[in-house]
Design a protein around this ligand. Structure first.
Ligand code: F6R
Length: 243
């Protein structure tokens, strides 16, 4: 695991946008794994800026998102598809046919999970997967205890994750109770992984990740220790409890 220490969220985002931009310039047909949440927003804004400057094109890029809430239609303002449209897809030249998220309103979520992994295989896997980390170490919606070999699956969201995500909803009750997430096994099959972390609320998680001697399913992000090509970009606050 390569650790890049940066000053703050702005530097983290600039670094991540540069890594992703360079990967797309090297391979215009890149299969790019994407995350939602607060952490990657500025990275996406910088990629849009690059696109507006004609420094990058996403015309042939394929994207696969980590997760989607169950029960929210793609038009729901809190769906992750809507987040991706608002923060990235609607602002660049990507083809919507190339943008994939799990189907949160499938009549059979378990079939939707199988279809999602099959679709990723048909794309020949993920070239570069962008990740954030939850305070409890979750990646995607893989909560503590998730087996490291799991494929895309249906999850019941933990109370702490629902609380953390309630800021985007009118109330905590509105936060869906389930989601479909790429499994840790799916994530680990990516050829390269970029984990971005900022802020003091992530300091405990980073401290734990960097002090572990090996992977431990009680702390999902520790699965990344098993992967040969992981870059972590973390700011000073996120690293304030790391030795
Ligand atoms: C989002 C996702 C989550 C987030 C994590 C951190 O698609 O899979 O694992 O990356 O919850 O969220 P933020 O960035 O809001 O702190």
């Amino acid at each position: 695991m390569k650790l890049i220490c940066v000053k703050d969220a702005a530097e983290m985002s600039a670094y991540a946008a540069k890594q992703i931009g360079d990967a797309v310039r090297r391979n215009p047909k890149l299969v790019l794994g994407l995350a939602t949440g607060g952490t990657p927003k500025e990275t996406y804004r910088l990629l849009v800026e690059e696109y507006n400057k004609k420094a990058i094109s996403f015309r042939n890029v394929r994207t696969v998102n980590l997760d989607e809430y169950v029960g929210l239609s793609s038009a729901d303002p809190n769906s992750y598809r809507m987040y991706m449209k608002q923060n990235l897809f609607d602002k660049i030249d990507i083809s919507f046919d190339n943008c994939h998220l799990p189907d949160g309103i499938a009549s059979s979520p378990s079939d939707a999970c199988v279809r999602y992994d099959r679709m990723i295989n048909e794309l020949n896997g993920i070239d570069l997967q962008l990740l954030g980390i939850g305070r409890n170490g979750h990646i995607g919606f893989n909560e503590p205890g998730t087996p490291f070999d799991a494929g895309t699956h249906l999850v019941k969201l933990s109370e702490s994750t629902r609380k953390a995500n309630a800021r985007y909803f009118h109330s905590e009750e509105e936060v869906p109770k389930q989601a479909i997430t790429m499994g840790i096994g799916t994530i680990l099959k990516s050829r390269a992984i970029l984990l971005i972390v900022s802020g003091s609320s992530k300091a405990d998680a980073m401290g734990r990740l960097l002090s572990l001697n090996g992977p431990d399913p009680a702390f999902p992000a520790s699965a990344l220790l098993m992967h040969p090509d992981v870059t972590v970009i973390a700011d000073r606050e996120a690293l304030s409890k790391s030795k």
